[in-house]
Structures are given as C-alpha cells and as structure tokens.
Design a protein around this ligand. Sequence first.
Ligand SMILES: [Zn+2]
Length: 266
Amino acid sequence: MDFSEDQIRRYARHILLPEMGGVGQARLLESKALVIGAGGLGSPLIMYLAAAGVGTIGVVDDDQVDLSNLQRQLLHATDRIGMSKVESARLAAAAINPEVRIVGHPARIDASNALDLVSQYDVVADGSDNFPTRFLVNDACRLAGRTLVSAAVLRFDGQLATFKAPGPCYRCLYPAEPPEGEAPTCAEAGVLGAMAGVMGTLQATEVLKELLGIGESLAGSLLIVDGLATGFRKIRLKPDPECALCGPRATIHDLSAHRTLAHAGR
Ligand SMILES: [Zn+2]
C-alpha cells in the first residue's frame, strides 16, 4: 500500500513502532472493528480506533445523547444533546480522522441481527451496559468465530478480557446472568468518569493488538482494575468444561435462546 504524504505525517508515530511499521498501519486502514455501545467505554474506544486509522468502525447504539452522559462520554458534546449517539460518534470520529468510515447501526443488537452484524467485522469490542447484551454478543462472536474484547466499569472498578476460541468465553467466566437487582448498573451505583476512560482506552489497546496480531493477547486472562487503590491484577481464566456455549457438551448452537429471553424480559 502506498501512503499519501498526509498519511505518513498522520501515522508517523505508529509507523516508527517496530511492531507496527508501515505494514501494520496499512493493515489497520484495511481493518474493520465493531463497537457495541457509544457510551463511557465506547467513547475512548471509537476515538482511539478512529485516530489510529482503523478503516471501518461499526457503532451499535440506539440511544440519544443525554446531559447525564457528558460526565464520562467524551465522544459527545453539550450542543449534541438529543442527537442520536451513532450520529454524534460519526461527527466526533470524522473531526479526528476523516479518512475512517463510521458505519452507524442505530438499533438495539438482538438475536435477529447479532450474528449478521458481528460477522461483518474482524474484531468486536463490547462496551455495553447490560448483561443480556453481553451474553448475546459473546454467543454471536463465538458462533461467528470473531474475537471479542469485552470491558466493564462500575464505580471505581473495571474489568477487561479478550475472548477468543479455543480459549474461554464470557460464559466460562459468568455461566448465567445475575438475578435482577444483584448487579447494579452505573445509573444505579455511579461511576467515576475517568475510570470509563481508563477501561475504554485499555480496551482500544487490546483491539488494536488483535487487529495487528502483535504482543501477548489478553485472551485467557481477566484484568481487574481497582481505581481507588490504583491496582492492576491479571488472573488466568480457564475454559469451563460445563460451559453451555464452548464446552464439550455445549447446548447453545444458535441464538434462539436469546429471543425467548428477550420476550420473557418484557
Ligand atoms: Zn465458554
């Protein structure tokens, strides 16, 4: 691939990295990443992936920008309150790097579209804010053979993991959704805005590593970040032989269980 002069200047500090070079940068320009959720985690994710020149960035979000988002969702702005988050993300990414293509999916990801959606991308990053979506995205990624980089943040705490076959999946870590009310959301329990930035930025780093195939993949590990103590702990994850999705006696072979669950939840 031949770079233009502007591209060489824009990506100079990437091209300098021996792990990346011009070959790696060209690879990013041809890569496709899907980001689930243009919120607190999605903000640094989308901005760093756009700045890095990831050629196509899909953004799934059916929400509009709200005043209460702006304490942590740096992708959005006060004068864009009421705008769809997907459109706001497109404006923010275009302002950083007009070269990348933002493909907006202003819909809720569900069992009817998840498999098709994740199949269109090389890597998927989940920054969603609820368990049904996390399980659905995990199952769709595993069924479609896509690597999933998953992050979560609450209060001053964060978690980050990469799920890649044949290693453990999200269900190996959490076999079932927690009962309603047992796992509070950021809206219920609060979150330090900068912690969403920390976790989304770490997530962007892992997405870029997966796209480039460099470094040591986080797959098979869970990173636990304690913002109040400034502690980073990495623990080993093992595949769960009883896992309903990736275990030897797997019972999930399509996403039909999610459809039932979505109806049951209403
Ligand atoms: Zn599993």
